[in-house]
Design a protein. Structure first.
Length: 124
């Protein structure tokens, strides 16, 4: 596989993690959080007019489009294990940008995911 494909894979995974973080930030905004608490109809109305939520959805959908490009260039069994890197990146982004705690159990679980990723990638 060409090096550019690995760059595409990592970019898609990183963009997905950024999209997750952006979604979290969007739903934590007071007007959207209050609307979600008020019920589905209120939540849908607030979501429809939330620029932050639309930006987050755009980032996430862009990551899906990039992933489709990856799938056109790489074997699924080679590319898919890299998706697990999204767990790692999301945890790091959440800790750095959202000040979420990384507990020993979260860290251990994430390391297990990475080990599994390596094992699956080596078996392909």
């Amino acid at each position: 596989m060409q090096p550019k494909v690995y760059v595409l894979i990592v970019s898609a995974v990183a963009m997905s993690a950024v999209g997750q973080m952006a979604l979290k930030i969007a739903v934590e905004r007071a007007h959207l959080k209050n609307a979600i608490a008020a019920g589905a109809v209120s939540a849908l109305g607030a979501a429809a007019v939330s620029p932050a939520l639309w930006a987050a959805v755009f980032i996430y959908v862009s990551s899906v489009a990039l992933w489709l490009w990856v799938l056109s260039e790489a074997d699924l069994s080679t590319a898919y294990p890299f998706v697990s890197l999204g767990f790692v990146l999301t945890m790091v982004f959440a800790a750095v940008f959202l000040k979420e705690a990384i507990t020993p159990l979260k860290l251990a679980g994430t390391l297990l995911i990475l080990v599994g990723c390596v094992l699956v990638a080596k078996s392909a």
